[in-house]
Design a protein around this ligand. Structure first.
Ligand code: SAM
Length: 223
C-alpha cells in the first residue's frame, strides 16, 4: 500500500519550504490541500504541476474514506494546509486517525509551524509548555480562562488580530495584570513584530496600535 505524508508549508516566507517537502510534493501521487486556490500558488512557485483535491474541515468527514481507499490502492498522498503543519489547528487529525486505525503508514515531515518560533523567541520558559490553539470564542471561553489561571506551564495561543486586545484584557482579568506575555505577529514575514510585556501593557499597546495579520500569544504560566 501507499502512505500518508503530512507536509508542512511556509507560514509566510516561501524560503521556509524544506528540500524534503519539495521532493515529497513532486513525488506524491496526489496532493490534498485545505484550499486549492491557496496551494496552487505555492505549487506554481515550486514549479510542481499535480492534481490536487480539497480536504478541509467542511468536507473531511466525507473525503476520509475515499482517501484511505486511494492509499490502500497503493497511492502516496501528501497532505498540506494553507500554512504551517497540517493537523495543528488545521485539518488532518481525522485522516491521520483513520489511517492509524487501518494500519496505514503515516509520516509527518518536520517544518514550518507558528507555535514553535513564537515560544522559542518569547523569553518565557520553554522546558514545558501547553499549546492551547484558538480559545473558544463564546461557549466555554470563561471556563477555559478560569482553568488556565492555574496552569504553571508556558501557554501558547493562536489569535486573530480582531480579538487580540479582548483576549489580553481577559488574561489580565482572569490570570492577573502582571502576567507576562509575548505577542508574535506576522512571523517570518516582512512586517514581523515581537512585543513582550505584561498582559496589561500589551493590551494598551495594541489598543493604540490596532494589529493586522497573524498572531501567536505566548503567556507566562502561574508562578
Ligand atoms: N497549521 C498552522 C501551524 O502549523 O502553525 C496553524 C494554522 S491556524 C488556522 C492559523 C493561525 O496560526 C493564525 O491565526 C495565527 O494565530 C497562527 N499563524 C500562522 N502563521 C503565522 C505567522 N506567520 N505569524 C504569526 N502567527 C501565525
Amino acid at each position: 500500500t501507499g502512505k500518508l505524508i503530512l507536509v508542512p508549508t511556509p507560514i509566510g516566507n516561501l524560503q521556509d519550504i524544506t528540500l524534503r517537502a519539495i521532493t515529497v510534493l513532486k513525488e506524491a501521487d496526489l496532493i490534498l490541500a485545505e484550499d486549492t486556490r491557496v496551494s496552487v500558488k505555492l505549487l506554481k512557485h515550486l514549479e510542481i504541476e499535480k492534481h490536487m483535491i480539497s480536504h478541509h474541515k467542511f468536507n473531511e468527514h466525507k473525503t476520509v474514506p475515499y482517501i484511505v481507499s486511494q492509499i490502500e490502492m497503493g497511492n502516496t498522498i501528501a497532505l498540506i494546509s494553507d500554512a504551517g503543519t497540517p493537523a495543528i489547528s488545521d485539518p488532518g487529525f481525522l485522516l491521520v486517525r483513520a489511517c492509524v486505525e487501518k494500519e496505514i503508514e503515516v509520516e509527518c515531515l518536520p517544518g514550518p509551524t507558528a507555535l514553535v518560533p513564537a515560544l522559542a523567541v518569547s523569553g518565557l520558559p520553554t522546558e514545558r509548555f501547553v499549546f492551547e490553539g484558538f480559545l473558544p470564542q463564546k461557549k466555554g471561553r470563561q471556563t477555559r480562562l478560569k482553568a488556565l489561571a492555574e496552569e504553571a506551564r508556558t501557554m501558547v495561543f493562536y489569535e486573530s488580530p480582531f480579538r487580540l486586545v479582548k483576549t489580553l484584557g481577559q488574561f489580565a482579568e482572569y490570570l492577573g495584570d502582571e502576567r507576562k506575555a509575548c505577542v508574535c505577529r506576522e512571523l517570518s514575514k516582512m512586517f514581523e513584530e515581537v512585543k513582550r510585556g505584561s498582559v496589561t501593557e500589551l493590551a494598551e499597546y495594541y489598543t493604540d496600535h490596532p494589529p493586522k495579520g497573524e498572531i501567536v500569544i505566548v503567556l507566562e504560566g502561574k508562578s
